[in-house]
Design a protein around this ligand. Structure first.
Ligand code: S3P
Ligand code: PEP
Length: 665
């Protein structure tokens, strides 16, 4: 997951390949609650692991439910409707699929419970559900604003005779919550009557489908009357598999529809969900097809390719696909006219006011947007010149972050900044990793920040922090020379010019790989072994051999991958990435560098004297700057930063400011 303040997406060129998507949020949280309340043990396969399921799992554990987790398999020992802990405070984040169904289940079972969430959850309505539960005799108080969480639940005095009326026009989750809770107390037939037009109906179908899997057949009369039969009992089905999330699939369906292939591959294959999914959002496929996508489907897979181009503008009632329809609003940027998405009033009471958010952010990109209480009309930017680079505010809404990433395919090749990318953790923590696994950009568009400088200038530290703050890859090029020196010494090859060819041959066979800040040589983590003073000296020696440097060029350039790279070394800006948009040459006085190195060594318990260290590093500076190939020197267009008197934080901030000053947003 990218936990950076923002994630800059360079203009994306193509996308092709396969993605396996995480489990459905709607299925996961329903199955968790049903499994916890049922009799028997349920083994859940491919459960979604995200913020929304985490709050549900924590809540169930707090209530006394036994949960065993091993990898993607979760085993729940059902409580049979009886709670070991009948007093608890539950924090449910911003998960509607946890807050609404748990409210109903705990209210009918009874106990002393407080249910709260993030501030936005306290602005998301729940009054219609509370009103319905109060008709049943449930004891529910508002702890904050009337009609909204947080809630306090008490012991109910259940009256099951009269039909329960529930409004269906604000959220279908209220009806879902009642349908899942009432089997716990169905000593007689319980009738639920929906008042007002029921929205988001396919989600009710998911609920009915899963209730049936847990042994409860609800009778449905049209979409207005639902009967839980007397004696209904939740019984574990044993094993249950969670399909991949169809709403998450919408971003990759769109990706297939709007991008051309890459690396000899064409189209996007989505694994884990197919056209026969029980999730209503799978019908996003039809909307994407209407816009031009070519889609094939098989058991649990979809394959999407670009068809019509530009996409065709559509006019669509999106009530049945409220979540995936946000993706259509971004696809509309690539359409041949104005797209009209209607009957989406519920967008206003979700993670944010989604109609307002989409309108504001689409306009930043250059689109013309008209919004109404329950619709949005999107007209694409006028020609290439109409597109604007934009920093997309994401309102702590996972779907805003995910769908706006698709704007990076814009024909004007302007970058797109996604603010607070970690908000995708609600349903798809590794969304951007999945995107980068199939999307490609022209190499020249992938940003590189070079940090060059002499030994002990702190360039490794600076570069690593920059990479972390920007979510970029990190190339510690010096480590490649260090590994080469280490491997040659271990192979008893003297580090002399006469052995240059042998060292290159050895280097080409080295199984080097990087994992975060760790560097591996085959099965050995050599991160520490290459950091000794001796390894540094050896690195300096092998790095003076032209053939060694040449052999490492492609390896280093291959680090330039989406979303970007921070590369530290001695010739990053001069030789390896001469066209990098930002080159920093980091220095500090010899005295200062010797002192830093001294502190470092002493703290590790390695004896050293300041004078020796200073002499060594001056010798190393001389060798590095006088070698014939790629000598250490600032690139002509490098910005010089002397950090002798700067903290790491101050150096990082200076470079981040330089970087920001080069951005179009
Ligand atoms: O029941 C569900 O799993 C959901 C129902 C929908 O909400 P509304 O019924 O409020 O539209 C949907 O937007 C939400 O993401 C999940
Ligand atoms: C509306 C959504 O979430 P919730 O389940 O919290 O309602 C969503 O995921 O788009």
């Amino acid at each position: 997951m990218f936990s950076t303040a923002f994630l800059d997406l360079p203009p994306l060129a193509h996308a092709a390949g396969a993605v396996t998507l995480p489990g459905s949020k709607s299925i996961s949280n329903r199955v968790l609650l049903l499994a916890a309340m049922s009799e028997g043990t349920t083994t859940i396969h491919d459960l979604l692991d995200s913020d929304d399921t985490r709050v549900m799992l924590i809540a169930l554990r707090t209530l006394g439910c036994a949960v065993e987790q091993s990898g993607a398999i979760v085993k729940i020992t059902g409580l049979g409707g009886k709670l070991p802990n009948d007093s608890a405070k539950l924090f449910l984040g911003n998960a509607g699929t946890a807050m609404r169904p748990l409210t109903a289940a705990l209210a009918v079972v009874g106990g002393d419970f407080e249910l709260s969430g993030v501030p936005r959850m306290h602005e998301r309505p729940i009054g219609d559900l509370v009103d319905a539960l109060r008709q049943l005799g449930c004891a529910i108080d508002y702890l904050g604003n009337e009609g909204y969480p947080p809630l306090k639940l008490g012991a109910p005095a259940l009256q099951l005779d009269a039909p329960i009326k529930v409004r269906g026009d604000v959220s279908s989750q209220f009806l879902t919550a009642l349908l899942m809770a009432l089997p716990l107390v169905a000593t007689k037939d319980i009738v639920i009557e929906v008042v007002g037009e029921l929205i988001s109906r396919p989600y009710i179908e998911i609920t009915l489908n899963l209730l049936a899997r847990f042994g409860v057949q609800v009778r449905r009369d049209d979409w207005e009357r639902f009967t839980i039969p007397a004696g209904a009992k939740l019984r574990s089905p044993g094993d249950i598999h969670v399909e991949a999330d169809a709403s998450s699939a919408s971003y990759f369906i769109a990706l297939g529809a709007l991008s051309t292939g890459a690396n000899g591959h064409n189209g996007i294959k989505i694994q884990g969900v197919g056209a026969d999914s029980i999730q209503g959002d799978i019908r996003f496929m039809e909307a994407a097809q209407a816009m031009g996508a070519k889609i094939e489907s098989g058991p649990n897979w979809l394959h999407i390719q670009r068809g019509a181009w530009p996409l065709k503008a559509i006019d669509l009632d999106c009530n049945h696909i409220p979540d995936a329809a946000m993706t259509l609003a971004v696809m509309a940027l690539y359409a041949d006219g104005t797209t009209n998405l209607r009957n989406i009033a519920s967008w206003r009471v979700k993670e944010t006011d989604r109609i307002a958010a989409m309108a504001t952010e689409l306009r930043k990109l250059g689109a013309t947007v008209v919004e109404g209480q329950d619709y949005i009309q999107v007209t694409p930017p006028a020609g290439m010149a109409g597109w604007k680079a934009a920093s997309i505010h994401t309102y702590d809404d996972h779907r805003v972050a995910m769908c706006f990433s698709l704007a990076a395919f814009n024909p004007a090749q302007v970058p797109v900044r996604i603010e607070d990318p970690k908000c995708v953790a609600k349903t798809f923590p590794d969304y951007f990793e999945a995107l980068f696994s199939v999307a490609t950009a022209d190499t020249r568009n992938i940003p590189v920040i070079c940090v060059d400088g002499p030994t002990a200038s702190g360039k490794g530290t600076l570069a690593a922090v920059l990479a972390e703050k920007l979510g970029y890859h990190f190339l510690d090029s010096g480590s490649l020379y260090r590994i080469t020196g280490l491997a040659a010494s271990r192979a008893d090859i003297a580090l002399e010019a006469a052995n240059e060819a042998a060292i290159v041959a050895l280097l080409q066979s080295l199984p080097i790989h990087f994992e975060g800040s760790h560097i591996w040589l085959a099965d050995e983590d050599v991160s520490d072994a290459i950091r000794t003073e001796e390894a540094g000296m050896n690195a300096s020696k092998v790095s003076a051999f032209p053939a060694v440097r040449a052999a490492l060029i492609d390896l280093q350039r291959n680090f330039r991958k989406l979303p970007g790279l921070v590369a530290d070394g001695r010739d990053m800006g001069t030789v390896i990435f001469p066209e990098a948009p930002l080159k920093v040459y980091l220095t500090a006085s010899a005295a200062c560098r010797a002192e830093r190195r001294h502190k470092q060594l002493i703290s590790k318990g390695i004896p050293a004297t300041l004078d020796d260290l200073r002499a060594d590093l001056e010798a190393r500076d001389a060798r590095d700057s006088s070698r014939t190939v790629a000598p250490l020197k600032p690139a002509q267009d490098a910005l010089l930063l002397d950090n002798s008197d700067l903290t790491v934080e101050a150096s990082v901030q200076t470079v981040l400011d330089w970087w920001q000053s080069k951005q179009p947003f």
